[in-house]
Design a protein around this ligand. Structure first.
Ligand code: ISE
Length: 340
């Protein structure tokens, strides 16, 4: 399926995220090059082409998926389109790395699982990039090797400086907090069983229906607890971090930018402004791992379609909890053999 062992990638959606994936795959990852892009904004697609010499801009995303210049697809278009393009990739038997969320609802994600299972081939991967972030993988190794004993509490912080749209709690949960659901499941190796979510509007100037700051309590594997703050209008910068409190100690992520700045009677470290900056290395590692898996016919070591579905199930329970003000059970079914 490849030419000269090079995976030829088509990128659907060339906003900030899609363009970053395109540039990483074309220039920073070995074994791949971008051969086609699509964006509903033709000028934006041309800008991505300019950064990926040799690629062409196509006018139809389904044409890109079917194109014989494309071996594998990155889906970084708006969330509502993910299900259609993912199903089209499966129908064309082409692997896809789909940005989170995998779909707009658990029911849509179930259609993807059914189609992939019927095909009998694991073709769909989900872009939960924290799984490739060196700070997170260091904590994950400690959680899994048992040296700190059993993890008891997962304390997470997820802050965005500002959001380009007016947000409901449901959007914050599906679009932003889905990273935290995946991180908790992956770091602890446990499923989320129950959730309890409360939310507020952080600034009086925001529209009254805004819920931009959430406090989420999760119960995993029966006895591990998680407390996660998701705050998408924190103003000062972008930060993501986790501390695992375990039986014999704790493990916490550090911040990657370590330059110590002294200025105006202050000493401290700078903070990233948004995720493309904070997770620069993670996105490259993720893309390289995806290309390596495709080149060797191996299974991608990151998130699968099942993980995308599980995150959406937790998200649905969180949205319900926020609405009714009560804890809600997730009730996730057992992971099918196909995804183990
Ligand atoms: C945002 O919605 C994203 O798409 C990013 O992946 C994430 O890191 C960020 O915190 C979200 O709010």
């Amino acid at each position: 399926m490849t030419v000269d062992n090079i995976i030829r990638v088509g990128v659907i959606g060339t906003g900030g995220m899609g363009t970053r994936h395109a540039v990483n795959l074309h220039r920073r990852v070995s074994g791949a090059r971008v051969t086609a892009v699509y964006d509903f904004d033709a000028a934006r697609a041309e800008q991505a082409v300019a950064q990926c010499p040799g690629a062409v801009a196509l006018r139809d995303p389904l044409e890109l998926i079917a194109s014989d210049r494309v071996d594998a697809v990155v889906i970084a278009s708006p969330d509502a389109t993910h299900v259609e393009y993912t199903l089209a990739c499966l129908a064309a038997r082409k692997p896809a790395l789909c940005e989170k969320p995998l779909a707009a609802s658990p029911a849509e994600a179930q259609r993807i699982l059914q189609s992939e299972t019927a095909l009998g081939q694991r073709l769909i991967s989900v872009g939960f990039m924290r799984r490739f972030d060196p700070q997170h993988t260091a904590v994950q190794r400690l959680a899994q090797d048992g040296s700190l004993g059993r993890p008891i509490i997962y304390k997470g912080v997820h802050r965005n400086a500002s959001i380009p749209y007016s947000v409901s709690g449901a959007v914050v949960i599906t679009n932003s907090a889905s990273h935290d659901f995946d991180a908790a499941r992956w770091l602890l190796g446990q499923e989320v069983e129950e959730v309890f979510v409360r939310g507020v509007r952080s600034h009086a100037s925001f529209s009254p229906d805004t819920t931009d700051l959430l406090l989420m309590q999760l119960t995993l594997g029966g006895s591990t607890m998680a407390a996660i703050e998701v705050f998408v209008a924190a103003e000062y910068g972008y930060e993501v971090g986790v501390e695992l409190v375990c039986e014999r100690g704790t493990a916490a992520t550090t911040q990657p930018e370590l330059a110590l700045v002294r200025q105006n009677r202050l000493r401290g470290a700078t903070v990233a402004y948004e995720w493309l900056e904070r997770f620069t290395d993670a996105y490259i590692e993720e893309a390289q791992a995806w290309v390596d898996a495709l080149s060797h016919g191996a299974i991608f070591p990151g998130a699968s379609a099942w993980d995308g579905y599980a995150a959406l199930r937790v998200a649905a329970a969180c949205i319900q909890s926020l609405e009714i003000g009560l804890p809600v059970k997730v009730g996730l079914e057992e992971k099918p053999l196909f995804y183990r």
